[in-house]
Design a protein around this ligand. Structure first.
Ligand code: G3P
Length: 208
């Protein structure tokens, strides 16, 4: 079986914020997982030698855009790429297209989240680096996408010409293995590593 791509989204969990991340960085580096952090943690993740993603960027350029996230700034801080269109940070298709375009200009990779096959198909036209399929009703829950709806993974792999990550409820090695067996390149997960287990670093290591 190929090595899975594991992307941990720290969201704004307490254990996914600031100093609390130190042990997770070590574990992520050890197992080769990527971490999508809050913007304030990009530099520390980079310093720790972890492949780091921003949790969102905006389709803006240098100028007067108070409170927005400038792609150039996260790139300079050390991010390899960015998550976009997460269920907790949705944007319109028009904006999404612009963000992916801006990221390509700047040299940031993109993982674009989709809540359905239909949405994933639209997103594929913008040619992001990865699409992360996450049924919103399973996010943060006990039942993973690989258990609840394996067919959606098979269908997505067949119909979407972009490397596929799957997420929502992912929490153990079996979920990762099933995702890979069905043709995904890896998983995107959060609570299964960050908020539910006592020890996030250990939980991450157990996934691979
Ligand atoms: O970004 C990953 C996320 O939305 C899935 O969350 O907690 O179900 O792993 P979780």
């Amino acid at each position: 079986m190929k090595k899975p791509l594991i992307v941990v989204n720290t969201k704004t969990y307490q254990k996914g914020t600031g100093k609390e991340l130190a042990e997770l960085y070590t574990a992520a580096k050890e197992v080769g997982a990527w971490i999508a952090v809050q913007n304030t943690d990009i530099r520390s993740a980079k310093r720790a030698g972890v492949t780091v993603y921003a949790q969102h960027v905006d389709a803006i350029t240098y100028g007067s855009h108070t409170g927005h996230v400038l792609p150039e700034a996260v790139k300079e801080a050390g991010a390899r790429g960015t998550l976009i269109n997460h269920a907790e940070k949705k944007v319109s298709q028009k904006v999404l297209k612009e963000i992916v375009k801006r990221c390509k200009e700047v040299g940031l990779q993109t993982i674009v989240c989709a809540d359905s096959i239909q949405e994933a198909k639209k997103i594929a036209r913008y040619k992001p680096d990865y699409i992360a399929l996450e049924p919103p009703e399973l996010i943060g829950g006990e039942v993973s996408i690989t258990e609840a709806d394996p067919d959606i993974i098979t269908q997505a792999v067949q119909e979407i010409p972009i490397p596929l990550l799957v997420g929502a409820g992912v929490k153990n090695k079996k979920d990762v293995q099933t995702a890979l067996r069905l043709g995904a390149v890896g998983v995107l997960l959060a609570s299964g590593v960050i908020s539910k287990p006592k020890n996030s670093a250990q939980a991450l290591k157990k996934l691979v």
